[in-house]
Write a new protein. Structure first.
Length: 267
């Protein structure tokens, strides 16, 4: 059983929901990332989404765009991100790690080469924002043969026939984008999310994680009541940006946000 499946199975048996933080690898400098990953786990993160820096992150708002710029200023490449995962695995062989990003860096590396290196590093899943299921069958088949889950996005505007198609091809979990727009967009409507998740669950038994618009303990708690996982990104990356001149404080302060959300979700 994959780390992702094992994680959700354990949480389900405990009556708890997954807390899934997103951070951009190499932001604000490469030496911070692995320490931050461990701190997030220590404070209650169940799965880590690790962003691969990219020069044109079209699905992301200014907060994560700037995070990519800070990482790219240090020349952080996809291979460097895989090295970070491998370093994390030296002392954590249980927490799932999902890479989230865009197709171009993977294509440059090559599908076979990426799959081999990602498995060796200990990557559990990949979410490629700009690769729709209709165009990804060859790649997704390759990744699954290496034991790497292929995670797809669903949006409030996704029609039911497409929800069915995405659920049939994906694995690991489904990432539901709770608001229309980019990361860091306006506040979410939990009732609307719940209605959409009822539709999604008609077509899959996979866990459904909800991201975009989760800013604080209250929104994390509210989403945890309707979703299987709560995905948190921009609020963490904002805190990292505030601490660029004080990087030694990043692991404690950013993971502190996760600790508050974990308590709220478990209450």
């Amino acid at each position: 059983m994959s780390r992702i499946a094992t994680c959700f199975e354990r949480l389900n048996s405990e009556g708890r929901k997954a807390l899934i933080p997103y951070v951009t690898a190499g932001d604000p400098e490469p030496g911070v990332t692995v320490k931050l990953m461990h701190a997030l786990v220590a404070q209650g993160a169940d799965i880590i989404e690790l962003g691969v820096p990219f020069s044109d992150p079209m699905a992301d708002g200014p907060v994560i765009q700037l995070a990519c710029e800070r990482a790219l200023a240090h020349n952080v490449r996809l291979l460097d991100v895989l090295d970070m995962v491998a370093e994390f695995r030296q002392s954590d062989d249980a927490t799932p790690v999902v890479l989230m990003g865009y197709l171009n860096p993977v294509e440059v590396l090559g599908y076979d080469n990426f799959a081999e290196k990602a498995r060796a590093a200990g990557v559990d899943g990949l979410l490629t924002v700009d690769l729709p299921p209709e165009e990804s069958l060859e790649f997704s088949t390759k990744l699954k043969s290496y034991g790497i889950d292929v995670i797809y996005l669903l949006a409030p505007t996704t029609e039911e026939h497409r929800i069915k198609a995405v659920c049939e091809q994906g694995s690991g979990y489904v990432y539901y984008v709770s608001v229309k727009g980019v990361t860091g967009s306006s506040a979410l409507d939990v009732n609307a999310v719940a209605e959409k998740l009822d539709v999604v669950r008609k077509y899959t038994d996979m866990p459904v994680g909800v991201g975009f618009g989760i800013r604080d303990n209250e929104s994390a708690r509210a989403v945890s009541e309707v979703a299987d996982g709560v995905i948190v990104g921009s609020v963490l990356v904002n805190k990292i940006a505030e601490l660029v001149g004080n990087t030694e404080e990043i692991p404690a302060q950013v993971s502190g946000i996760i600790a508050g959300m974990r308590d709220a979700m478990d209450a």
